[in-house]
Ligand binder design. Structure first.
Ligand SMILES: Nc1ncnc2c1ncn2[C@@H]1O[C@H](COP(=O)(O)OP(=O)(O)OP(=O)(O)O)[C@@H](O)[C@H]1O
Length: 274
């Protein structure tokens, strides 16, 4: 089996905006939020959502992405998922990728949770038979019981995330790409999902997670990247990067989450041995 890895070199992602209003863009001021805007050679306005991104991720890496609204975090996840090709530069992703964003994609509100589990699996490259074989395990993981017979439109956001997480973790992906959406689940489910994700990543996986929540980042990641106006401003530990981005409060939160997690693991270890 080949190595799981992600390498990008000088990758750019531009979005041409053909109907931009010139008047408001005459002052090409870089706002706090959003990527850099410029005109290309054909005088079309483009948003440079990512600029000169060079990064290498290897098996076992669990990276959090932090940064302001419109910094480029979701665009980076989509680049790593192969949804966007770099406009310039290179992005090479080796391994089975499973994105858990765009929860609406590959889900149908009018059909049941069970049927959605199959559809979402097909969307991620599985066969119907493979999904049917895993159905009991996925249903157990979601803890949705009889709700799985109900149409998806009757589910809360967190219940939908449970379905998506159940499918994704059951198909043993090598590269997991997550965004804020998973924050909709409750604390108990998050704890269970964290264990499962850690297990997956430790078996030759890579996790990239974009979030504004220091708490969730500290639960799932050990390093972080600060994305700022489409560039990588800083990379480092899961404590240092959010602290430089947000201030000392972030360090306090990360320490607390880490301490709570260690306690939980210890307690569960003790319970398991009883
Ligand atoms: N489909 C698109 N068309 C045009 N511009 C886009 C598109 N998608 C993203 N952008 C622009 O690219 C930049 C980066 O957006 P992105 O969604 O990656 O930011 P983000 O860091 O995920 O933000 P947030 O924290 O608000 O989710 C923004 O300026 C945004 O306006």
């Amino acid at each position: 089996m080949s190595e799981v890895r992600i390498d990008t070199a000088g990758a750019y992602v531009d979005f041409p905006i053909f109907d931009a209003k010139t008047r408001s863009l005459k002052k090409a001021v870089l706002g706090r939020a959003g990527g850099a805007m410029k005109r290309n050679n054909s005088n079309v306005m483009v948003v440079e959502a990512l600029q000169d991104i060079t990064m290498s991720l290897r098996e076992g890496d669990r990276v959090g992405l932090v940064g302001h609204n419109g910094a480029g975090k979701s665009t980076l996840l989509r680049l790593l998922a192969g949804i966007y090709e770099p406009t310039r530069g290179k992005a090479r992703v080796q391994g089975r990728v499973a994105p858990i964003f765009d929860l609406g994609v590959g889900m149908d509100p009018e059909i049941s949770g069970y049927e959605n589990i199959i559809i979402r699996g097909l969307f991620l490259g599985m066969t119907r038979k493979q999904m049917l074989d895993r159905m009991d395990e996925i249903a157990d993981f979601t803890e949705l019981g009889d709700y799985l017979n109900m149409p998806l439109r009757t589910y809360s956001t967190g219940m939908r995330v449970r379905v998506a997480m159940g499918v994704v973790t059951s198909i043993e992906p090598e590269i997991l790409l997550l965004d804020e959406g998973i924050g909709a689940v409750d604390a108990d489910f998050m704890r269970k999902a964290r264990r499962k994700l850690e297990e997956l990543v430790s078996r030759s996986g890579i996790l990239v997670f974009a979030s504004h929540s220091d708490e969730f980042l500290a639960q799932l990641c050990d390093t972080a990247m600060w994305i700022d106006h489409g560039t990588i401003r800083e990379r480092g530990s899961i404590k240092d990067v959010p602290t430089h981005y947000k201030g000392p409060e972030a360090a306090r939160i990360v320490d607390k989450v880490r301490a709570d997690m260690a306690l939980e693991d210890k307690r569960d270890g003790i319970e398991e041995n009883r």
